[in-house]
Ligand binder design. Structure first.
Ligand code: FES
Ligand code: FES
Length: 174
C-alpha cells in the first residue's frame, strides 16, 4: 500500500450500496465526512462524533461500524452499506422502514439511520427476537425523542412480518 501523507488527498474506491463509489480523502478524514461531503450520501448522520450516539452506524464488509470512528481510507476496496441502501427499490420501503412509519418510530429522525442499520442487520440473523434483546441492541443508540417504545413496537412487528414471509418462502419450496 502506498505511504499516506498527512495532507495529501488520496483516491478512495469502494462499493456503496452495491454501486462503485470513488472520491478523495486526506488520511484523517472520517468516513462520515467522506460519505456526506465527498459523495453527497447524507443519509448517514453525524451526532457525537466519538462513538456514543450510533447515528453514524453503517455496515462495512458486513460488520456494523461507527463511521465517525472510521477513516475513509480504511474502507478502500470494501463493501459499504448505508441507510440509503435499505429500501428494496426506489419508492418502496423495506419491511422495517414501513413498520417505523406505521408506529411513528421516529420524530426528528436524527437517530433513525443508525438505528435502522442496526435493526436491519439484527433481523436478518434473528427474526424472532425478544423485546429484551431489542432493547439491548438499542442500548448502542441514543434517541432523544421517542422514548424508544415506538421503535421497539416497530421492530417487533417487522420481525413478525419477516418471520412470516420466510415461512411462506419455505412452504413455497416444500
Ligand atoms: S456520530 Fe458516530 S457514534 Fe455518534
Ligand atoms: S427521533 Fe429524534 S433522536 Fe431519535
Amino acid at each position: 500500500m502506498a505511504r499516506l501523507t498527512a495532507t495529501e488527498r488520496h483516491a478512495v474506491r469502494f462499493r456503496l450500496n452495491g454501486y462503485p463509489a470513488e472520491g478523495h480523502a486526506e488520511p484523517r478524514m472520517q468516513l462520515t465526512d467522506f460519505l456526506r461531503h465527498e459523495l453527497g450520501a447524507t443519509g448517514t448522520h453525524v451526532g457525537c462524533e466519538h462513538g456514543i450516539c450510533g447515528a453514524c452506524t453503517v455496515s462495512v464488509d458486513g460488520m456494523l461500524t461507527r463511521a465517525c470512528l472510521t477513516l475513509a481510507v480504511q474502507v478502500d476496496g470494501c463493501d459499504v452499506r448505508t441507510v440509503e441502501g435499505l429500501a428494496p427499490e426506489q419508492g418502496r420501503l423495506s419491511i422495517l422502514q414501513a413498520a417505523f412509519r406505521r408506529h411513528h418510530g421516529l420524530q426528528c429522525g436524527f437517530c433513525t439511520p443508525g438505528i435502522l442499520m442496526s435493526l436491519d442487520r439484527y433481523l436478518r440473523t434473528d427474526s424472532n427476537p425478544t423485546e429484551g434483546q431489542l432493547r439491548e441492541l438499542l442500548s448502542g443508540h441514543l434517541c432523544r425523542c421517542t422514548g424508544y417504545t415506538p421503535i421497539i413496537r416497530a421492530a417487533m412487528e417487522a420481525a413478525a412480518l419477516i418471520a412470516s414471509s420466510l415461512q411462506k418462502e419455505d412452504h413455497a419450496h416444500v
